[in-house]
Design a protein around this ligand. Structure first.
Ligand SMILES: [Zn+2]
Length: 91
């Protein structure tokens, strides 16, 4: 997955659907610093990606808050996380 990211020229050309996979990784804290910078550059240049990023981020924040209150089991967290990956990634 990381090799895949490096194929993208900085900011300029990108596929919006693929950017969403970066976003998911980013929100999970799984991007390297360099990839993070590239993603943030795309988000500042592409309003479509930025919009999707915000939706994704808010959804994740919402889930996190929900989990904190209810104290869900880790297995359920993982299940929902996998679903997010499916929805925003290679559906
Ligand atoms: Zn885009």
């Amino acid at each position: 997955m990381v090799e895949h990211l490096q194929k993208h020229p900085e900011g300029m050309k990108h596929k919006c659907e693929e950017t969403m996979r970066w976003v998911v990784l980013y929100l999970d804290g799984e991007l390297s610093n360099a990839d993070e910078q590239r993603l943030l550059k795309i988000l500042t240049e592409c309003s479509s990606c930025f919009e999707k990023y915000n939706i994704e981020k808010e959804f994740k924040t919402f889930l996190t808050k929900k989990f904190e209150k209810k104290g869900c089991a880790d297995s359920l967290k993982k299940e929902i996380k996998d679903q997010i990956h499916r929805l925003s990634g290679n559906a």
